[in-house]
Design a protein around this ligand. Structure first.
Ligand code: FUB
Ligand code: ZN
Length: 669
C-alpha cells in the first residue's frame, strides 16, 4: 500500500522539468503535482520553538480536550446508537427511537480529532493514545452498515433521521445532509491514522464507505448523480486514490466536481451556481469554497485537466485581490459564513471562520504545488500566523469560530462549540503544520516556511538531511545546516517572503504605507551569495556536503499597511505588521480606548520588545511593539488628541485576558 503512495509521489517530481522550467502555465500530462510536498512525517519540529510549543499544546491540551468533548457531547454515543439500531432491527425490534445530536456532521469531530492525534503520534509516539484511538475505532466500525454506509444521523433511526438528512440516502446531500462531508473527513483521518500506525483499521472502514458511495453515485445504470453539498470528499478521494492506487476514487472526485452546478441545485452558497470551470469569483460559504478549490487542484494535478487550474487561478485573483483580510481570513459575512461583495471586509462583523482560514492554507498550498510560485506561500503564511492560530488560545484550550479584526469586548474564547468544526479542525491542522515547510522537485528543495526543525528526505534520489535553526517569527535570522548529503548537486530554493520584497500580498489589496525598503542577505559558509529572485525564490545551486551552512537574514522591520481605497472599512486607517505577524491594539495593554487611537503611516519612536504574555500563570513568548508617536484621541475629537504610547500585541494572541476593545486597523493621522 505505502509503495503505491510513494510511487505516485515520485512520478509527480518527474514532471517538473517540463513544466516549471518552461516558466509558463503547468502542462499536465502525467499524474501528480509538478512539485511534491514533503510530508509532515519527514519534518521534526524542535520542541522548544514557536511551532514546537503549538504542537505540544495540541498533544497536552487540544486533542485530549476534543476527545473528552466528543465523549461528553454524545458524539461517541451517536455511533453506539447506530450500532444498537442495526442490532435491534436484525432481531426484529423496532421500538427504539434514537435521536442524533445537533448536527449531522458531528461524527466528523471524532474523525478530525483522530486525524490530529495520528499526526501527533509521529512526533510523540504514545502507546496509550494509539490504544485509545483503537477503542474509538471499534465503536466507529460497529456503526457501519453492512454495505459500507456510515452515517449515524440516519442509521440510528432510518425512519426519523436527522432533519437535514432527507428521507433516503443522498436525498438531502446537496442541501445539508453532509453524508459526503462525513466521508471526506473519515478518509482524511483514516489515511493519517494508517500513515502514523501502519494499521488498516480506520482505512478499511473508510474504504468500505468510499466503495459504497462509488457504487451508488455514478454515471451507470441504477446509480444516481449527486454532488457534495459541503465539499471535502473531492480532495479526500484524490488522496485515497494516491493511497490505494484505485482509480475509481479519483473518478468519483472528478464526477463530484464536474457535476457541481449541473444538478437541480444552483446556489452560490455551496458554489453550485455555475459549473466549476466557469467560475471566476470566490462566492458562498468560505469553507465549502476553499475545500472545493483544493479538490479542483488535486484532481487537476492527477488528471491533467487544465480547465480546473484556469478556474482556480481566476478565483484566486478575485479572492486574494478583493476578498481577503490582512490576517489571511476569508469569508467576511456571518449570514452565509462566507464571501460577500468585492472589497466588503467589515472588521467588527468580519466572520473569518477558523476553518475558512485553514481552507485558505489548503488552497494556496496546492496552487504552490501546481505553479511553484512563492506568492501562494506568502498568502499561506499570512493565514497561518494570523487568521488560523487566532482560532486557538495560547494554551490550546480556548477557541474562536469567527475571527473578527475589531471588538468591543463581545468576543470570548470558548472551550468547545455546539457546531465544533473549528476546534476539531485545529486538532488536525496544527500537528500537520510541519508538512508545509518544504517541498521537492527533482533536484530542487524549496524552503517555504521558517521554523526550527530537521528535515530528512530524498532529493534526486539521494538522502538529504538538513537542520533549520531560528527564532522566527520573532526575528528574521535562519541558519540552515546540511547534516547529511552525499556530496550531491541540488538547488536550495529559499523563499524570500513578500514582506521582505515590499509586497504585503501578491495583489493590490494591501500595500505598505511607510516607504521603507527592507533588505535581506544570504551567506553560504560565511560568504555572501547573490542570485536573482525568481518566482519569489532565491536559488543556491551547488554541490552540497555535510557541514555546509546557509545563513539567511531578513530585515524584520515594523511596517505600516494600508488597504485598497475601495475597502470602505479601512479607509483612513493603518495596520501594523512585523514579519509574518499582524499586530493589534488591545484594551488590556493601553490605558485609553484603542478604537480611538491614531498613528501616522511613518512611525517614530517604535520599539520591538521581546517579552511574554502571562495567561493564567503561564508565560507565552512573543514580541510586543510600542509606538511612541501615537495619539490618544480621548474625546473622539482629533483636535484634542493627546500624545500617547500605544502597545500592540500579535493579533493571534488577542482575547486572553478578559474582554475589551481590540482593533487591527488604527486611525491614521
Ligand atoms: O457544515 C460543516 C461546517 O459547519 C462548516 O464547514 C462550518 O462553516 C460550519 O457551518
Ligand atoms: Zn469551523
Amino acid at each position: 500500500m505505502k509503495a503505491v503512495y510513494f510511487a505516485a509521489a515520485a512520478t509527480c517530481a518527474a514532471l517538473v522539468l517540463t513544466t516549471l522550467q518552461a516558466g509558463a502555465a503547468v502542462k499536465h500530462n502525467a499524474p501528480g503535482y509538478p512539485i511534491s510536498g514533503v510530508p509532515f512525517t519527514a519534518v521534526k519540529v524542535s520542541t522548544d520553538s514557536f511551532w514546537g510549543d503549538r504542537i505540544r499544546q495540541s498533544r497536552d491540551v487540544t486533542i485530549p480536550l476534543a476527545f473528552s468533548k466528543c465523549q461528553e457531547t454524545d458524539r461517541y454515543t451517536n455511533f453506539e446508537h447506530a450500532a444498537a439500531k442495526m442490532a435491534e432491527t436484525a432481531r426484529g425490534d423496532s421500538s427504539s427511537n434514537y435521536r442524533p445530536t445537533q448536527f449531522p456532521f458531528d461524527d466528523t469531530d471524532v474523525y478530525k480529532t483522530i486525524e490530529g492525534a495520528s499526526y501527533l503520534l509521529q512526533t510523540y509516539p504514545d502507546v496509550k493514545l494509539e490504544a485509545y484511538i483503537d477503542s474509538i475505532l471499534d465503536i466507529v466500525a460497529a456503526a457501519q452498515e453492512p454495505d459500507g454506509y456510515l452515517y449515524t444521523a440516519r442509521t440510528m433511526n432510518p425512519a426519523h433521521p436527522h432533519s437535514w438528512s432527507g428521507p433516503t440516502r443522498w436525498a438531502g446531500e446537496e442541501s445539508g445532509s453532509h453524508e459526503l462531508y462525513n466521508l471526506g473527513h473519515m478518509i482524511e483521518g483514516a489515511i493519517a491514522h494508517y500513515q502514523a500506525t501502519g494499521s488498516r483499521k480506520f482505512l478499511d472502514i473508510a474504504i468500505r464507505y468510499a466503495d459504497c458511495v462509488c457504487r451508488e453515485i455514478g454515471y451507470g445504470d441504477g446509480q444516481i448523480i449527486r454532488v457534495p453539498g459541503h465539499q471535502i470528499a473531492e480532495m479526500a478521494l484524490a488522496k485515497l486514490y494516491l493511497a490505494t492506487g484505485d482509480r475509481k476514487y479519483l473518478d468519483e472526485a472528478k464526477l463530484f466536481l464536474d457535476n457541481k452546478g449541473k444538478t437541480a441545485r444552483k446556489d452560490k452558497y455551496d458554489q453550485s451556481h455555475l459549473p466549476v470551470i466557469e467560475q471566476d469569483e470566490a462566492v458562498g460559504h468560505a469553507v465549502r469554497a476553499g475545500y472545493m478549490y483544493s479538490g479542483m487542484a488535486d484532481v487537476a494535478a492527477l488528471t491533467g485537466d487544465l480547465s480546473y487550474v484556469n478556474a482556480i487561478d481566476r478565483i484566486w485573483e478575485n479572492m486574494v485581490g478583493k476578498k481577503m483580510y490582512l490576517t489571511g481570513g476569508i469569508g467576511s459575512s456571518g449570514s452565509n459564513e462566507g464571501f460577500s461583495d468585492n472589497y466588503d471586509l467589515p472588521n467588527m462583523n468580519g466572520y473569518c471562520e477558523t476553518c475558512a482560514a485553514i481552507a485558505n492554507v489548503y488552497t494556496n498550498y496546492r496552487l504552490f504545488l501546481l505553479h511553484g510560485d512563492a506568492k501562494y506561500i506568502d498568502v499561506l503564511e499570512r493565514a497561518l500566523y494570523n487568521g488560523v492560530i487566532s482560532g486557538v488560545s495560547l494554551d490550546g484550550g480556548g477557541f474562536f469560530y469567527p475571527n473578527p479584526l475589531e471588538s468591543h469586548g463581545q468576543h470570548r474564547r470558548q472551550a468547545w462549540f455546539g457546531c465544533a468544526c473549528c476546534p476539531s479542525n485545529i486538532c488536525r491542522f496544527i500537528p500537520s503544520v510541519p508538512g508545509y515547510a518544504y517541498a521537492v522537485c527533482n533536484n530542487q528543495v524549496f524552503v517555504n516556511l521558517f521554523m526550527s526543525n530537521t528535515l530528512s528526505t530524498k532529493v534526486g534520489g539521494k538522502t538529504l538531511e538538513i537542520k533549520q535553526e531560528t527564532s522566527y517569527p520573532w526575528n528574521g535570522d535562519i541558519e540552515i545546516s546540511v547534516e547529511k548529503a552525499a556530496s550531491s548537486q541540488f538547488a536550495l530554493k529559499i523563499r524570500i517572503p513578500g514582506w521582505t520584497r515590499n509586497q504585503v500580498v501578491p495583489t493590490d489589496l494591501y500595500t505598505y504605507a511607510d516607504g521603507k525598503n527592507p533588505c535581506y542577505s544570504i551567506l553560504v559558509n560565511g560568504e555572501k551569495v547573490n542570485s536573482e529572485i525568481t518566482n519569489g525564490y532565491f536559488t543556491i545551486e551547488r554541490k552540497w556536503k555535510k557541514g555546509d551552512k546557509v545563513n539567511v537574514h531578513f530585515d524584520m522591520e515594523v511596517r505600516t499597511v494600508q488597504a485598497h481605497r475601495q475597502v470602505r472599512e479601512d479607509r483612513g486607517k493603518i495596520a501594523v505588521e512585523r514579519g509574518p505577524i499582524v499586530y493589534c491594539a488591545e484594551w488590556a495593554d493601553n490605558t485609553f480606548n484603542v478604537l480611538n487611537a491614531e498613528i501616522p503611516a511613518n512611525l517614530s519612536k517604535v520599539e520591538v520588545v521581546s517579552g511574554t504574555m502571562n495567561v493564567e500563570g503561564r508565560d507565552y513568548r512573543m514580541n510586543y511593539i510600542t509606538i511612541g508617536c501615537a495619539k490618544d484621541n480621548y474625546a473622539g475629537n482629533p483636535s484634542v488628541a493627546r500624545n500617547a504610547v500605544l502597545k500592540l500585541i500579535p493579533y493571534y494572541a488577542w482575547a486572553h485576558r478578559g474582554s475589551g476593545n481590540m482593533t487591527v486597523w488604527l486611525n491614521r493621522y
